[in-house]
Write a protein that binds this ligand. Structure first.
Ligand SMILES: Cc1cc2nc3c(=O)[nH]c(=O)nc-3n(C[C@H](O)[C@H](O)[C@H](O)COP(=O)(O)OP(=O)(O)OC[C@H]3O[C@@H](n4cnc5c(N)ncnc54)[C@H](O)[C@@H]3O)c2cc1C
Ligand SMILES: NC(=O)c1ccc[n+]([C@@H]2O[C@H](COP(=O)([O-])OP(=O)(O)OC[C@H]3O[C@@H](n4cnc5c(N)ncnc54)[C@H](OP(=O)(O)O)[C@@H]3O)[C@@H](O)[C@H]2O)c1
Length: 443
């Protein structure tokens, strides 16, 4: 029997475990599975931790989430095709859940499946090496509780370690003498820490947008967002503004490229994350920016230079959980011999085709269609179904709602691509709702 190592039990790792579990339930012979997870529980980024820097074992802290984090896209854009929100919660719930109920949904499917004993918790993978003599991978892991090392051979390795945990930390002239606190969004935990402060947020993507809003909502005196390429351009509430790039700091004063200057109390770098795989040698290591179609991966998952190595979820993400499922189902069928890989030349040509299309994209609607087509391309070849066209429409409506009002887009309701039911609206506007507990959300 072949053996497969899955590294990480976040949403991607759980999708892979679920895919094999579904095949097993149908009576297929599945490989022996070992999933290594460095945290004590599954859920990946969705496991909030108060810790920053290192965790209880001295490993780098994986969590990048924070208090009061709500889904930034409608749940009807991330719903699993085989496990609806209605099924999990027993009734329709509003479209933008806070972190905790979303986490409960993600792990709810895993717990129902009953594959927990496939996971070795508190096990960090330190090294993956390809042994060409046997066409296998040697995987070296450390049991973090007992501090013992293990080395085992596997026929396939699935890398599901995420790519929003290792901060990208550019520097700025004079920032080392800034008198206040300077952190990356990865270490942001509680917006209330910045109450009454003049906050500078550097970046112009989802983290910048959400951390700016959170901080204002919980009492920051003012928030200035600095963009490099272009502004987010929303109709911000009073107290939030956007300025171009920072040329230098002079004490607490930032000098912007348009000649403006402002004084700040604290700085949060929302400058993105690195794809970081310290356990992989160069020949196996994906090196990419955060983009919709990273190079070197056939169908966005199969490592071209060694097709027994699979990466999940390495794309820039409009789609999340359902895309991870489509990838995991496809990967499973490769491992189980139900999908044959074409020649290397054909795989490279397929990658080139997708990347050429990606490079011609000009707006979010085209990005959404691109990722929808990618998900469809995978799912039509496996037994995973979802109303992808409805999801795409939901994404486009969501984009319009954000343009209309950055404060109230989370108050809208969407239709499920699984059950076709409409979500109810939440009783309180997101901008007014200070409580993010599951009890409040479901009440
Ligand atoms: C601040 C923030 C907010 C987000 N909000 C949303 C949202 O609202 N909606 C949404 O759909 N998506 C959101 N995302 C996107 C997020 O990427 C996905 O939801 C999802 O968590 C990705 O799953 P993953 O399994 O690829 O990675 P992760 O969730 O990062 O899980 C990777 C797992 O691998 C483990 N691991 C890492 N290295 C090792 C190792 N060497 N050995 C063993 N285990 C290892 C980690 O402990 C972790 O459990 C957000 C991301 C961030 C950063
Ligand atoms: N649920 C939520 O509310 C929530 C909250 C936060 C994050 N998220 C998720 O987290 C993921 C990561 O989002 P992210 O915003 O952290 O990363 P991201 O989307 O990769 O964006 C990185 C940002 O950093 C900027 N940047 C990089 N280097 C810079 C520099 N030297 N100077 C100035 N700006 C620089 C980029 O600017 P350019 O455009 O110029 O490249 C870009 O705006 C996304 O999937 C998102 O959905 C969700």
């Amino acid at each position: 029997m072949s053996r497969i190592a899955i590294i990480g039990a976040g949403p991607c790792g759980l999708s892979q475990l679920r895919a094999f579990h579904v095949a097993q339930a149908k009576g297929d012979d599945i490989p022996e599975i070992v999933c290594f997870e460095k945290q004590n529980d599954w859920g990946g980024l969705w496991n909030y931790s108060w810790r920053t820097g290192t965790d209880e074992y001295g490993e780098s802290c994986h969590n990048s989430m924070y208090k009061y984090l709500w889904s930034n896209g409608p749940k009807e854009c991330l719903e699993f095709g085989d496990y609806s929100f209605d099924e999990h919660f027993g009734r329709p719930i509003p479209s933008f859940p806070p972190r905790q109920p979303l986490r409960e949904y993600i792990i709810g499917r895993a717990e129902k499946s009953g594959f927990r004993d496939w996971v070795r918790f508190a096990h960090a993978v330190r090294e993956v090496r390809f042994i060409s003599d046997t066409n296998q991978f040697l995987v070296r892991a450390v049991d973090l509780v007992n501090q013992t090392d293990t080395e085992e051979m596997f026929d396939y390795v699935v890398v599901a370690t995420g790519h929003f945990s290792v901060p990208h930390l550019p520097t700025f002239s004079g920032i080392d003498a800034f008198p206040g606190r300077v952190i990356h969004g990865h270490d942001f935990r509680d917006a209330a820490e910045f109450r009454d402060q003049r906050l500078l947020v550097i970046g112009a993507s989802y983290s910048a947008e959400d951390i700016a809003l959170q901080s204002k909502k919980y009492g920051a005196a003012s928030v200035t967002c600095s963009y490099r390429t272009g502004p987010m351009g929303f109709d911000w509430p009073d107290g939030i503004e956007e300025l171009p790039t920072i040329e230098s700091f002079d004490g607490a004063t930032a000098h912007f490229s348009n000649g403006e200057r402002r004084e700040f109390d604290s700085i949060i770098l929302c400058t993105g994350y690195l794809h970081h795989f310290p356990f992989l040698p160069k020949a196996l290591r994906l090196k990419t920016t955060n983009r919709l179609y990273p190079g070197g991966l056939y169908k966005g998952i199969v490592w071209l230079d060694n097709p027994r190595l699979i990466y999940l979820g390495m794309q820039d993400q409009y789609y999340t959980f359902s895309m991870f499922d489509a990838q995991a189902w496809y990967a499973r069928d490769i491992v189980m011999g139900q999908i044959d890989l074409p020649s290397r030349g054909e795989m490279q040509a397929d990658i080139d085709k997708w990347q050429q299309r990606e490079e011609a994209l000009t707006n979010p609607a085209e990005d959404i269609d691109f990722q929808t087509d990618y998900c469809k391309d995978l799912s039509t070849k496996v037994d995973y179904s979802l109303d992808w066209d409805l999801v795409a429409q939901n994404f486009k409506d969501w984009e319009h709602h954000k343009e209309e009002s950055i404060l109230s887009y989370r108050d809208k309701a969407f239709r499920s691509p699984v059950t076709q039911t409409y979500a109810p609206t939440h009783h309180t506007s997101w901008w007014e709702e200070m409580n993010d507990s599951t009890e409040m959300f479901l009440s």
